[in-house]
Design a protein around this ligand. Sequence first.
Ligand code: BV8
Length: 246
Amino acid sequence: MREFIERLRNARSVVVLTGSGISAESGLPTFRGVGGLWRTHRVEELASPAGFARDPELVWTWYNERNAAHRRAQPNAGHHALVALETRVPDFTLATQNVDSLHLRAGTRSLLELHGSLRVARCTRCDHERALDEHGLPPSEIEHACGGLMRPDIVWFGEPLPQATWRRAVEATERAEVILVVGTSAVVYPAAALATRYARDAFVAEINPEATAISERVGCVLRGSAAETLPRIVAELDGAADTLRV
Ligand code: BV8
C-alpha cells in the first residue's frame, strides 16, 4: 500500500478503470451480480444485438428498469473521491465500463465511457438520436419512422467500442505511471486489457472486496469497497489518514 501511495503522490499521469462495483454502494446491482441473470435471462444475452433483434421490447424493459434505477441512484463516496483525485493529478483519465452516468453526475471531467451510456437512444438505421429521461423509451416508440429500431446508445457484446474513445483510453494507459482498477471482475475485453496489455510499465493497483481475473497480475491489491477505500487513499495523499491496512 505504501508503495502505491508514494507512486500515486509522485505520478503525473494516472488512469482509473472502473466497473459496476464502484456503483454497488449507490444501490445498483453489479453486472454479473445475482448470478448474471435478469428475471430468467442471462445479461450477456440481453446486452447483445441478437438479443435485441430477438425481442426489442424485452431488452427495452430491462434497460428502462436500469435507467430508472440509475436516475434514482446518487454518486457515492467512491465516485466523489475520484473527482477529488482528478484535481490532484496533472494528467488524469477515468475510463468507465459503466453506463450509469454516476461519474458524470459526480463531476469527473476527463471521463471516457467505454461502453456508452443510457442517456440516449439511437436508431439502428438512420442514427437519429433522442435523449432518454427517467421514463426511458416506451414500447410504442421503439420503431422509428424511417423503419429502423431505436436502441440504447451503448456497446453490446460482439460490438466494437467507440473508436475515438477507445483510442484515447489506450493512449492514456500507455503513458500512465499508475493505473487504478476499481470494482470490476476484469473479464470483459477489450476494457480489461487497459489494466494488463496496455499498462506497459505502469504500477497497477486494484480495489475490490473479492479476487478478480487480474488480481495475481497487479502490483497492489486493496481488498475493500470503493466507497471506503478511495476516500482513504485521497486522505492519505493529503497526509491526513492513519496508515491504511493492506
Ligand atoms: C468486442 C454495456 C469485438 C451493456 C457491456 C477478447 C478481446 C476482445 C473481445 C473479447 C475477448 N474475449 C471475449 C470477447 C468478447 C466480449 C467479452 O469480453 N466477453 C466476456 C463476457 C468474456 N467483448 C465484447 O464483445 C466487446 N466487443 O470485443 O468487439 C469487435 C471488434 C470489431 C468489430 C466487431 C466486434 C464489447 C464488450 C462490451 C459489452 N457491454 N456493457 C450493458 O451495460 O448492458 S459490458 C458489461 O460488463 C458492463 O459494462 C460492465 O461494467 C462490464 C464489466 O463487468 P463488471 O463491471 O466487472 O461487473 P461484474 O459484475 O462482472 O463485476 C463487479 C465487480 O465489482 C466484482 O469484481 C465485485 O467483486 C466488485 N464489487 C462489488 N461490490 C464492490 C465491488 N468493488 C468495489 N466496491 C464494491 N462495493
